[in-house]
Design a protein around this ligand. Sequence first.
Ligand SMILES: [Zn+2]
Length: 368
Amino acid sequence: MQITSDFDTGNIIVENLDGTTAQLAIRPDTNNTFYQWFYFRASGDAGESRRFTITNAGGASYPFAWPEYDVLASYDETHWFRLPTRYEDGQLIFEHQATQATASYAFFVPYTAAQRESLLKTCEAAGITRRTLGHSYQQRPIEAVVFGDESRPVKKVWVIARQHAGEPMAEYAADGLIRVLLATEDTSAQSLLQKATVYVVPNINPDGSTLGNLRANAAGVDLNRAWDNPTEECPEISAVLNAIEETGVDFFIDLHGDEHRPYIWIVPPGVEISPEARRLVDYFEIELAKRNPEVQPPPVSVAGVAADHLGMAVNYIAATYGCPAWTPELPFKATSNPQDGDDSLLATGCMRFGRSCVEALDTIIEVE
Ligand SMILES: [Zn+2]
């Protein structure tokens, strides 16, 4: 068996390989100590039984991600399925009876730069404005697509995704949202675009994504702690903030993934906003919950950062522009719903959630 992660958004270190038994470690983020995202490919003989142990799982950024979690695998990078996974003594262990010679294994269904380019090209072909807002630390473009007529005095909606590079579900949600906005026959999308211009940044951290990081950009910055003080080390934020300053913003969505909980929850602004903005924040969550059985109320306590941290986009934008803002958190762990059954929030489920954001926005935004 051979193992490689030398491709876009790949991450694994092979510590020891003995036949079909591999001892692996997850590589920390570039210039930071975060780690949890992994994605690698193994090639050998069809029919062989493989055993993988990620030896440094216990030291990952969110060790509570591992209990009740099952690794994803695929033979074709399109259809992904779960493998029974154990978390024992700080190690993540999974076995695979591979029916084909080559298979990929990942923390979640990867979303690659090639997929992004294909989607943005589809937008261009449909006559949608594709705009470079600035460049990342490693000079990759920070790109937005613009839906609706910008010259009309209507509401401005901004959607960004994947500040945290190892949260590809966020980019799948943005992908689904973009595709419904492209659908000229979709009544919700067309209704929304009468009332609003929608700016979507499907990936604000292309460096971290390509490098296989969990959270940080190439300079090691956690972008979602830096909105109140963007330095030269996080030009990704300045690129988007400058564009928002130019257009204004009335509604803001920042898409993320949650390692811990097996459901979707929506982080509201933790800063003071007007009663009307707060009403709209709650209204949007209710509309999302109607459409997605996986949406649950926010957990009572969330470990880590203070709820009002102004370095977080949801708080910075709400505080600066006084507008409703949300951080939907989509799970890494398997979910189920009556429509799609088990594992309802893999790639297509996350895309469906993105579509539902368009419907919910259309519902809460009133005609002027
Ligand atoms: Zn995140």
